[in-house]
Design a protein around this ligand. Structure first.
Ligand code: ADP
Length: 577
């Protein structure tokens, strides 16, 4: 199978030339052959007619033939009897019998079959072909039979055929050479177009092809150049869009996975693997086999109806995965897209909210239960006993105070959260403020036989703050130090400065905080020892409020603690310039 157009064209030319040459050659040969035979036949007939008209017989035929030797040149003339035996011939009489179909037809005076082609030995004894013609003589008792050799004619024909074959061969060679040049000329622009198309498929769309003519191929080239230009601009547009999309996908925090119809992973952004804690994966199964109960086909069926959403708890986080199918332009299902979001914070917040509501309810229920049971006891008659009634009412009052303190703390936190608290910022002298608070708390400490030391610094530290709020924070920390330290404990308060902060440190030799609780004591309602905290009238909100206030002032609280040995809280206030 010839694939190149060039060779196909050459083959077509060659075939065309062969067919034309063979047809015309055959026609020429046939025509020449027929003409030559006709000429021989005419000569034979003329010669025989001549003799016949002269009323030939055995005696006078000899002189006729010699008189008109020119007419009988190259011919064998016989006067035969009706059985075909030679009566006379210039070549001599022999035993030869010419009972051929033409001789027999003439003998019986049949008008047809007077001409014939026979093979007879020539003078040298070789069998050669002759054309024969026979006619009865005037008296009809003999037959004149003339033979003319067709050997020369045949040779001439062979020569003609040889010349025609040679011409065909020459024509083939010429056609191949010319056809090749011609088809080269025709296919040159097509080859250029093919090369360009190949280059285009590899992404080279720059150089246009030179338009060499104004014909159909020239127009095709022009259109091709135009197409390449259009394609280039469309491609650059698409690649721009693709780059944009890729940048978005690469830098987005949500993970994206795309699967084909069989669940093979065909695209993913870095966030996807990061969120799923995977290093590499190639299929849906590699990723979700252990994480989801549905296999790929089942999930595909589900997503055909609607978007499927699942929350997957991982080792250190929660992720929300959404699956949706995607279709091609003929609306055939192509595969599935999966979007992965980190919802750990959201989940944490949700849990914190739940925990907060549970804590509030719990904190309120305890005093309420106490109040209710004491009130019921009073109503049941205990009110009659004055001492008991007084003691019970004292309990109810204390619980009421506790609830009020709790509600106040909650309100304060809520205001801080909603940024409703108004801070009255002014320049305050931290030395004086601290000294005042320590004076007040020394009495509390003394009640527990605790010593509170404060070495007043030489420098005076002034900060910009809301004096009441700062006082509230310092009191909370000092009161905690007193509350969570046993008798004879030492509480040491210091005021000094760091690089950019004024630091108050309150160090106690109290019970300390276990390491696992240390990071959580600033959470709302978090208490290391709930019973002790409640017994001391604590709500578990003090440190949470203190931290919010410190953050509002641009400062922070830090804690260090050795469980069983003591704690040290540090308050950092930013220095004023
Ligand atoms: P509370 O009202 O319970 O005191 P806080 O928020 O002030 O609430 O404190 C939270 C928890 O931190 C306390 O319940 C206590 O367990 C722990 N804590 C605070 N200060 C100290 C301290 N100086 N020594 C030991 N534990 C402390």
């Amino acid at each position: 199978m010839i694939k190149s157009l060039k060779w196909r064209l050459v083959m077509m030319y060659v075939l065309l030339v062969i067919i034309i040459m063979i047809v015309s050659g055959t026609l020429i040969v046939t025509m020449l052959n027929n003409n030559a035979y006709k000429k021989i036949d005419d000569e034979l007939k003329a010669a025989v007619q001549y003799i016949k008209e002269l009323q030939v017989n055995e005696e006078n035929i000899k002189s006729y033939i010699s008189d008109y030797a020119e007419l009988f040149k190259d011919k064998r003339v016989y006067l035969l009897n009706t059985r075909g035996n030679i009566i006379y011939s210039p070549l001599g009489v022999s035993d030869e019998v010419f009972n051929t179909s033409s001789v027999m037809a003439a003998a019986y005076d049949e008008p047809t079959k007077r001409f014939e082609t026979v093979r007879l030995p020539n003078i040298n004894g070789h069998l050669v072909e002759y054309r024969g013609y026979a006619e009865p003589t005037f008296q009809k008792d003999a037959v004149i039979y003339v033979l003319a050799s067709t050997e020369q004619l045949k040779n001439n024909m062979m020569d003609t055929v040889a010349i025609i074959i040679l011409a065909i061969l020459l024509a083939i060679v010429c056609t191949i050479v010319l056809g090749f040049a011609f088809s080269n000329f025709l296919t040159k622009p097509i080859t250029a177009l093919t090369k360009k198309a190949r280059d285009m498929s590899r992404g080279h769309l720059e150089d246009p092809i030179e338009v060499l003519s104004n014909d159909e191929i020239g127009q095709l080239t022009e259109n091709f150049n135009m197409m390449a230009k259009e394609l280039k601009s469309t491609l650059s547009e698409i690649s721009g869009e693709k780059n944009k999309l890729e940048t978005v996908l690469t830098h987005m925090t949500d993970g994206i996975l795309a699967f084909d119809f069989n669940g093979q992973l065909i695209h993913n952004n870095p966030a996807a693997f990061e969120l799923l804690n995977k290093e590499k994966a190639y299929t849906y199964n590699d990723i979700f086999n252990t994480l989801l109960e549905s296999n790929y086909k089942e999930l595909l069926e589900l997503t055909k109806r609607d978007i499927v959403q699942r929350i997957i708890p991982l080792r250190d986080k929660y992720v929300n995965v959404c699956f949706a199918i995607y279709l091609n332009k003929n609306k055939n299902l192509m595969g599935m897209i999966c979007v992965i979001q980190d919802i750990t914070e959201h989940k944490k917040l949700e849990e914190m909210q739940k925990e907060f509501v549970a804590n509030v309810s719990h904190e309120l229920r305890t005093p309420l239960t106490t109040i209710k049971s004491y009130a019921e006891t009073l109503l049941d008659g205990a009110v009659e006993d004055k001492d008991t009634a007084k003691a019970f009412l004292q309990v109810i009052n204390n619980e009421g105070d506790r609830m009020t303190a709790l509600v106040q703390d909650l309100l304060e936190l809520s205001k801080l959260d909603n940024k409703q608290t108004k801070f009255k910022m002014q320049e305050i002298n931290l030395n004086c403020l601290l000294e005042d608070i320590i004076e007040k708390y020394k009495i509390h400490a003394a009640k527990k036989n605790q010593s509170m030391n404060y070495q007043a610094p030489v420098a005076v530290y002034k900060i910009s703050a809301d004096v009441n709020r700062v006082e509230q924070v310092i009191k909370n920390i000092i009161s905690n130090a007193v509350k969570y330290s046993n008798e004879k404990a030492m509480i040491e308060v210091n005021l000094n400065e760091g690089h950019s902060h004024v630091i108050i440190s309150i160090k106690d030799t109290g019970m300390g905080i276990p390491p696992e609780d240390l990071s959580r004591i600033f959470e709302r309602f978090y208490r290391v020892d709930k019973a002790r905290s409640r017994a001391m009238g604590g709500t578990g909100l003090g440190l949470a409020i203190a931290q919010e206030i410190m953050e509002y002032h641009g400062g922070k609280i830090e804690v260090e603690s050795q469980f069983g040995e003591g704690s040290c809280f540090k308050l950092y206030f930013p220095k004023t310039n």
